[in-house]
Design a protein around this ligand. Structure first.
Ligand SMILES: [Zn+2]
Length: 285
């Protein structure tokens, strides 16, 4: 399947000045504490590489050619990379990759933010109720479909400006320290919420909203099974912190469009694996 119809261009920015942040210490030491399953994965990947299936090889070559992220330096996705931060040049693409390496242009704000016509766990008409038009429409369809299955979803937090992210992140760092905060909160410019394509979803009762216990709810199960049908993916799946850089967040969904969401769901991969930007732990330096 064709990876992307449109190419995104990436502006490479090299930060030649500035010190190494404390969050990178583990990375520099070559240590990594979230790597329990990687040997298995490597074995599988090596086996795949050795398969004498020429068609598959050709397909993956095409895929690499269409991949706007193929030429960027590969780095440990769990850490911020001061010297390898890429600024995405076209942040309006729904297929955009935003993570600890790829950031949005400074103060990026989508110009098509709307209020999706769905339930939220709060009543105010405020920033975090907004989403980009295409994602809002898909969200409305998804919540309506869930209701038909007896599942009542509600939005908890959608769009977030860079300014809001600055406040949030600073508070988390004060509370838990930078290293821990980096596991669950994005630094300003690196948050998917700033794209207007992501939203944290809860049950309508708001019980377990944006909390670990959400994972055990019927709402989380429904999302995991059906979100892709509406163009959304569970962006930070369980046991994939090595690849996404974030702890499991069953509530955080990201709009990527139906075709891409289906592929990601069916292959059970992360967005980082889709773009082949994640590297195995034992190759990290
Ligand atoms: Zn989120």
């Amino acid at each position: 399947m064709k990876l992307l119809k449109t190419l995104l261009s990436i502006t490479f920015i090299s930060f030649l000045t500035g010190g190494i942040l404390t969050g990178c210490d583990g990375f520099l030491n070559g240590e990594h504490k979230f790597a329990p399953d990687h040997d298995d994965q490597n074995i599988q990947e090596n086996a795949k590489d050795k398969a004498p299936d020429q068609d598959k090889k050709d397909q993956s070559k095409d895929k690499e050619k269409d991949n706007p992220y193929a030429n960027a330096p590969k780095v440990d996705p769990t850490k911020y990379h001061d010297k390898a931060i890429q600024v995405v040049a076209n942040p309006n693409e729904v297929s955009i990759l935003v993570n600890k390496q790829y950031k949005l242009p400074d103060n990026y704000e989508p110009d098509d933010l709307v209020y999706p016509d769905v339930h939220f766990i709060f009543s105010e008409k405020i920033e975090k109720r907004k989403m980009r038009k295409v994602a809002a429409k898909a969200l409305e369809e998804m919540f309506a479909a869930a209701e038909k299955d007896g599942i009542y979803l509600a939005g908890a937090s959608g769009y977030r400006s860079q300014e809001t992210q600055i406040t949030l992140y600073d508070n988390y760092v004060k509370k838990d320290g930078k290293e821990e905060a980096d596991r669950y909160s994005a630094r300003p410019g690196h948050s998917e919420h700033q794209t207007g394509l992501s939203i944290d979803v809860s049950g309508i009762s708001a019980e377990c909203a944006v909390e670990d216990c959400f994972a055990d709810t019927a709402e989380a199960k429904w999302l995991a099974d059906h979100a892709h049908e509406y163009g959304y993916i569970i962006r930070y799946p369980k046991d994939k912190e090595n690849l996404t850089g974030y702890m499991y967040e069953p509530w955080h969904i990201r709009y990527v469009g139906k075709e891409m969401a289906k592929e990601i769901f069916e292959q059970d991969i992360t967005l980082e694996e889709y773009y082949n930007v994640a590297i195995p732990v034992n190759e990290r330096k």
